[in-house]
Write a protein that binds this ligand. Structure first.
Ligand SMILES: NC(=O)c1ccc[n+]([C@@H]2O[C@H](COP(=O)([O-])OP(=O)(O)OC[C@H]3O[C@@H](n4cnc5c(N)ncnc54)[C@H](OP(=O)(O)O)[C@@H]3O)[C@@H](O)[C@H]2O)c1
Length: 270
């Protein structure tokens, strides 16, 4: 097997750690960049910064994870969201074409027509979803590939991701309000990472696809099942109805492939 140099942008993020591990497990070399850490610590929105990182790290292929990923930040600064989530991936696509896999989100959909196949038209409700949808378009127009992800969970030393954040809150005896009317197809970040690495090393692969977990669950059901699996006290989980117009109610994805393990096995591995 040929060992490739795989550039991981957003390497310091929640998914980044899982992707670095998956790249190494598959026998490739992880080249890392993030805004404040990594082999190249740069703000990729700066003039010439994408080219400078490529020049410095000389990757064969790119897994583009870096994003402005918080809904509230994107609503507050939509122009910045466009710069980070649309213009930066466009520049990578211009340079790498199909050797780029750029990540997007189930939040490009409005939640009225689930489950969503990769062919479904996008209709974002939020500035985050809008900026990611624009990024998808710009990447694909330049021959790059796009993978949409659902809500991710899994272990994280910094308490990020859907399950680690819940564990921290329950252990601190803090109430978590969890939506009973927001449905997604959550996926373990390690499973997502392994599939992303398999995809990026095969530039002949699909141009747009969905990765998704094996079950459609509400955020509240997710919390209950996670707590039960780990013997955590579910009294700290408060069922709540989502009234936020920016949050789609059901963005379940139809996955390109069946998940590698069942949902309970993923929950146990957190
Ligand atoms: N987590 C999920 O549930 C989920 C679901 C669907 C899709 N996704 C997508 O998956 C990808 C990874 O998500 P994540 O949860 O790992 O995100 P995250 O934890 O918020 O990490 C974001 C990463 O992007 C970097 N970054 C942000 N702005 C940057 C800039 N201007 N220049 C360079 N680097 C920048 C950050 O670096 P610093 O830390 O140094 O600022 C960090 O490494 C994103 O594209 C996200 O949209 C995630």
């Amino acid at each position: 097997m040929v060992s490739l140099r795989i550039l991981i942008t957003g390497a310091s993020g929640f998914l980044g750690g899982h992707v670095i591990a998956a790249v190494r497990a598959a026998g490739h070399v992880a080249c890392t960049t993030a805004r404040r850490s990594g082999e190249a610590a740069v703000d990729l929105t700066g003039p010439g910064m994408v080219d400078a990182v490529v020049q410095a790290l000389r990757p064969d292929v790119v897994l583009h994870l870096a994003a402005m990923a918080r809904l509230a930040d994107c609503e507050r600064e939509p122009a910045r969201a466009t710069a980070v989530n649309a213009l930066v991936p466009q520049r990578f696509a211009e340079r790498f074409g199909a050797r780029l896999v750029s990540l997007s989100t189930d939040l490009v959909f409005d939640g009225r027509w689930a489950p969503y196949s990769a062919l479904a038209p996008v209709a974002p409700l939020s500035a985050y979803g809008q900026s990611k949808a624009e990024g998808e378009e710009r990447v694909r127009a330049n021959g790059g590939r796009v993978v949409r992800l659902p809500l991710l969970f899994g272990p994280d030393a910094e308490g990020r991701g859907a399950s680690a954040a819940l564990r921290t809150a329950i252990e601190r005896r803090q109430v978590s309000a969890l939506f009973t009317n927001e449905y997604r197809t959550p996926l373990h970040a390690a499973d997502a990472a392994a599939q992303l690495v398999a995809l990026v090393v095969e530039p002949e692969g699909p141009l747009l696809l969905h990765l998704a977990g094996p079950e459609r669950v509400s955020r509240y059901e997710f919390g209950l099942r996670f707590a039960r699996r780990h013997g955590l006290d579910a009294k700290w989980l408060q069922p709540t109805e989502c009234m936020d117009a920016l949050r789609p109610r059901d963005v379940s994805l139809v996955a390109a492939w069946p998940a590698a393990r069942d949902f309970e096995a993923m929950l146990a591995d957190c």
